[in-house]
Design a protein around this ligand. Structure first.
Ligand SMILES: Cc1cc2nc3c(=O)[nH]c(=O)nc-3n(C[C@H](O)[C@H](O)[C@H](O)COP(=O)(O)O)c2cc1C
Length: 266
């Protein structure tokens, strides 16, 4: 039985990369993909319980907030959270702490790691050189965080100046996400390879009568746009001609083990 468990959510692999690195350095760590969970596993025997996920719209992805609310209490365990982000959190850390409080769980440690930006709808993906620089820097941060977690260090987020400013905007924005998939457009370059269907963490993409269709429970991770080998998926016209991004450290074997197999997607 392992001592630690990490639950992760990831669209383009950044949070997955961080999860695997922390798990490898901590040792004795189980790794579970939040999007594969049908029933929450028993966590009573773990000493450290961690969550790793990206910041979306200055807060957590919806799937993560729902998961935190369902996460059981293990009063002997140390709960930690690591968030990955491309630029600005604007108080997301405090919103996460509030979510833990709402779930009546004690969050002991929260830290953030800057990773390559993937929000292609509103911004540009960094150049290859910048991506490599960011990923190299992230390794130093992972080492520091792992040392902290091993020592059960306390590090709680404080309310930032921006917290109240974006609190409501952020909430309204995230509520719209499940429906945003209706703006995905597939062009004629699509070869129906079904890669988008395979990678969608929430099974929001289906093939119906030889047509790729998006349902209405999208988590807005944008993995489908980034991973399509033909660049045939776009978000309205906001992503046309833009560079795509998938974390280069993720191996197909990791995907099989933690994404497809855990979701019974062979
Ligand atoms: C819908 C969406 C919203 C995002 N919002 C933010 C944000 O508010 N602040 C930020 O710094 N990065 C934001 N990002 C960038 C991601 O947090 C960042 O690239 C993250 O590392 C992606 O993790 P993943 O590869 O595990 O999905 C956003 C990305 C997406 C897709």
């Amino acid at each position: 039985m392992n001592e630690n468990i990490i639950f992760f959510f990831s669209g383009t692999g950044n949070s997955f990369d961080v999860t695997l690195k922390i798990a490898e350095k901590m040792k004795n760590t189980d790794v579970i993909n939040i999007s594969s969970i049908k029933t929450i596993p028993t966590i009573t025997n773990y000493k450290r319980i961690g969550l790793v996920f990206p910041i979306y719209g200055f807060t957590m992805p919806n799937i993560v907030s729902k998961f935190i609310l369902k996460l059981p209490l293990n009063s002997n365990a140390y709960y930690f959270c690591i968030v990955t982000l491309g630029g600005l959190s604007f108080g997301a850390e405090y919103r996460i702490l509030e979510m833990f409080n709402k779930a009546k769980l004690q969050l002991q440690y929260l830290s953030k790691i800057f990773m390559p930006e993937n929000y292609i709808i509103v911004t540009k993906i960094p150049t290859e050189k910048t991506i490599m620089k960011i990923l190299n820097n992230s390794i130093k941060k992972v080492i520091k965080i792992t040392e902290d977690i091993k020592k059960y260090k306390e590090q709680k987020p404080k309310k930032s100046l921006f917290y109240n400013l974006v609190k409501n905007i952020s909430k309204e924005e995230t509520e719209k996400w499940p429906l945003k998939a209706k703006n995905y457009k597939i062009n004629n370059d699509c070869t129906k390879c079904k890669k988008c269907i395979r990678v969608c963490p929430v099974e929001n993409i289906k093939m119906v009568e030889d047509e790729i269709l998006f349902e209405e429970h999208c988590e807005y991770c944008l993995c489908c746009i980034h991973i399509c080998p033909q660049r045939a998926i776009n978000y309205g016209n906001k992503t046309i001609g833009k560079k795509r991004y998938i974390n280069p450290n993720i191996e197909i074997e990791d995907m099989k083990k933690y994404c497809y197999k855990q979701r019974n997607f062979v």
